[in-house]
Design a protein around this ligand. Sequence first.
Ligand SMILES: Cc1cc2nc3c(=O)[nH]c(=O)nc-3n(C[C@H](O)[C@H](O)[C@H](O)COP(=O)(O)OP(=O)(O)OC[C@H]3O[C@@H](n4cnc5c(N)ncnc54)[C@H](O)[C@@H]3O)c2cc1C
Length: 486
Amino acid sequence: MAKGSIAKGKDFDAIIVGGGPGGLAVGCLLAKEGIKSAIIERAPALGGRFRSVKFHGCRADSAVHFFASQFGSAEKTFCYKLFNHLGLPLKNKMVPWTMGLVTKEKPGKIDYFAMDPKLGAENFFEFFAFATGVSMSDESKKEIKRIAAITEDMSLEECRKVVNVSFADWVDRNVGDPIVQAILGGMAPIIGAPVKDVNFGMVANSLGTFNRVGSIHIWYPKPGPLEDAIIAPLAKYYKEHGGKVITSRRVRSINIENRRATGVVAQDDNNCNMLEEYSSSVVICAIPIFEAVARNVIRQEYLRKDWAEAIRKCGELAIHDLSGFFLLREKVIPEKGYGWIHVFDFDYGLPTYVGDLCLGSYTNAKVPPGKQLVCSMIPGSLEATNFGLTSPMEKVREAHRRWKEAVEKAFPGFSKAIQYEGMNLQLNFTRYAYAVVPVEIDMQPPNVKGLYLAGDSIRSVSTQMSDKCFHIAFPICERVLDYLSS
Ligand SMILES: Cc1cc2nc3c(=O)[nH]c(=O)nc-3n(C[C@H](O)[C@H](O)[C@H](O)COP(=O)(O)OP(=O)(O)OC[C@H]3O[C@@H](n4cnc5c(N)ncnc54)[C@H](O)[C@@H]3O)c2cc1C
């Protein structure tokens, strides 16, 4: 076909752009209601950031993926609700939330701190005090309790009102005790952004959780990597209920005429000259919104002005996180006990968070017998790494090296046992929730009919980021049904 000409594809009641967990969740809900939809996905297969990495005989998640529940138990998450609603089973296991401190002085030893959910917010702060190595006076503990109480008392609405207040500024204005300031500052990289970019509203909402339900619960699905446990059953359900999956197609633009969605134009990645048009009165955009805007998939004029500005800022702040994969010749790291550890290293002045360690066995990765798969997760938001979107490889390698050094101190023999290692940079996901950007982006631009924003597209204060793409699938499905029936 000549360049520029457009082939007409099939028509659907709804088109979903992006086949990650967010797009797939909406697709399944619509399919259950008998809506004829198609998911158009750029990659050769569905799954988005929940897809597996194949690595020297192993299959593992492409980043360390745990589910976090602000609701007190795994069964109360929206991921669970979705599976229940569709009649699909979802078994889970709880994962201990652990910190590990490594020092040169104690080779072969790692100090652990595990959360006790019963202790609530106080425990959480002690967790950070442990990490920073600072012992707290009674005065500091009192101050911590005062702050915990402030966040506990804040309603969701009050949290929303302060999403444009920087957490660092709030701490400066409201916390006198320098030890407490340091502890609060130390939380930010684990949240996923440098403290100056983190908004107080979302931090308050998360901290309030500890008081409300004791702790943020961390869990992992049982049947295997996320692709097997979450994506495969959803994809099967979707197809069996009439959903059409169109892969290796990159959506170039969402078509809007007279302020109504009319379909999409997609490019066949196997044949770059081929453009295809699919028409539908409903288009659900389930790709990161700043990518969608930067690539003109959604034109800015169709968004509210303040949303466009917020999206531009999210794009500016967007970073990559680094995952590392280490296949070990033998089992060097004890499998019993802690499978996921925040690693802090004393050798960089103050104890410094250098990233997370996760054993493949915890995330049900497939690993050849006798070998061990160790994964790292190094947030690009750490002061020392701060990859940015165009990550200089020097910084990436430096972060990877620091992490390996810290792990070697705790588990001597780790480096020697490495048979293969690999790295994977992935787009950070917490910016939507935690960055200081003054507005929430809702799931529907008010001035265009039939266009919906799903998955990581929207920015919402209220939902734990990992559960958000499942949460918003429900109201989107309701709105689409209303729209189609009108
Ligand atoms: C390092 C890292 C660690 C994370 N850890 C966790 C965790 O522990 N727990 C957790 O629950 N979540 C975690 N997440 C977040 C989780 O990955 C996202 O919340 C989730 O993937 C969002 O799903 P989504 O469907 O919105 O987007 P994605 O998974 O990004 O899916 C978007 C899909 O759209 C496709 N696409 C993009 N552009 C186009 C286009 N133009 N046309 C067609 N298709 C397109 C992509 O190929 C992709 O398949 C992590 C993310 C990262 C980066």
